[in-house]
Write a protein that binds this ligand. Structure first.
Ligand code: NAD
Ligand code: MG
Length: 297
């Protein structure tokens, strides 16, 4: 029998080499990346921590959202995932994996930069899951740009509508449906705290997400609903190879952090599980960094 590994060195537990320069059209397909990111397909082991829970995960087809979807299902939640229609191949491979494991996975393609779509996905998730008590708001877009003078109003609007406005629309639609004990988890970024010069629009949306999370947490505390955020550092995902980084910067992606490598989506799942579960019953209005050492404050 293979010996169980007790100690795992974080420096070399994942890919540490230079990434191949590669590029896809946004939003990008995870299954076509080299190497394919690890969203925990083979590794995440559940312990019933979300038994009977019902979760909506936006951007759930790939990357961090996919890792959250796998973890929530293996912790015995039923889930609905939203993603863009172009991402059907990633969504289907995920649904196939999780349905084989006996979980309910509702697929809700749609563009969350549209308010009507946000209302619709909340309504459908609630209907098809028979309730809604976890929301992992994770959909996001990022397009690197050297010079603000080239930032089109179209991109500016799209990035704010996708990353920020969608949270307001989804939360407005969902709150009346969410019972006490529910948990809302947003996805901020190291960019809210240490913004890069090439991400003037994106970084501002991620700061907005922090303020939204903290204000909303205080507003809904009386309802017994907790709201927290996760702030990832550099994580190897489709967003990064589809315009999020300049392709010539991809080979060294993540190597600047103290742990000297990019994170993998699977390394984010545990925090999203903790924040969704009753284990975090006294935690609200917090932002959890998962950054490889590039701390958030
Ligand atoms: P990803 O590309 O795998 O996931 C992002 C998802 O957002 C896509 O799969 C897509 O389904 C969804 N999305 C984008 N635009 C959408 C739209 N208009 N309508 C509906 N869905 C839309 O990449 P990821 O890195 O896992 O991104 C997940 C979150 O993590 C994002 O909010 C991102 O900003 C954040 N984040 C990522 C990193 C990183 O280094 N990868 C770092 C910090 C924060
Ligand atoms: Mg995707």
């Amino acid at each position: 029998m293979k010996e169980k590994k007790i100690l795992i060195n974080p420096l070399d537990m994942y890919y540490t080499g230079g990434f191949e320069a590669q590029s896809q059209k946004p939003p990008g397909i995870q299954g076509r990346m080299n190497p394919v990111p690890d969203s925990g397909e083979e590794s995440y082991i559940g312990h019933g921590r979300l038994e009977g829970r019902k979760a909506l995960i936006t951007g759930g087809d790939s990357g961090i959202g996919r890792a959250v979807a796998i973890a929530y299902c293996r912790e015995e939640a039923d889930i609905a995932i939203n993603y863009l229609p172009d991402e059907q191949p990633d969504a289907e491979s995920l649904a196939e994996l999780l349905k084989k494991e006996g979980r309910k996975v509702v697929l809700l393609p749609g563009d969350v930069s549209d308010e009507n779509v946000c209302n619709e996905i909340v309504k459908k998730a609630h209907q098809e899951l028979g309730g809604l008590d976890i929301m992992a708001l994770n959909a996001g877009m990022q397009i690197a740009l050297e010079d603000i003078s080239n930032l089109s109003t179209h991109q500016l609007r799209k990035v704010f509508e996708t990353n920020v406005f969608s949270m307001y629309w989804i939360v407005k639609a969902a709150l009346p449906l969410m019972p006490a004990g529910s948990s809302i988890i947003t996805t901020s970024s190291i960019q809210a705290f240490q913004p890069s010069k090439d991400l003037v629009d994106y970084a501002a949306t991620k700061s907005a997400i922090v303020a939204f999370t903290r204000a909303l947490a205080k507003q809904v505390a009386d309802k017994g609903i907790r709201v927290n955020s996760v702030a990832p550092g550099p994580v190897w995902t489709a967003l990064e190879v589809s315009g999020g980084q300049f392709p010539d910067k991809l080979p060294e992606f993540g190597q600047h952090v103290p742990l000297k490598r990019a994170g993998q989506p699977a390394e984010l799942a545990g925090v999203y599980v903790f924040l969704a579960s009753n284990e975090s019953s006294f935690v609200t209005a917090e932002v959890y960094g998962v950054t490889g050492g590039d701390h958030t404050s």
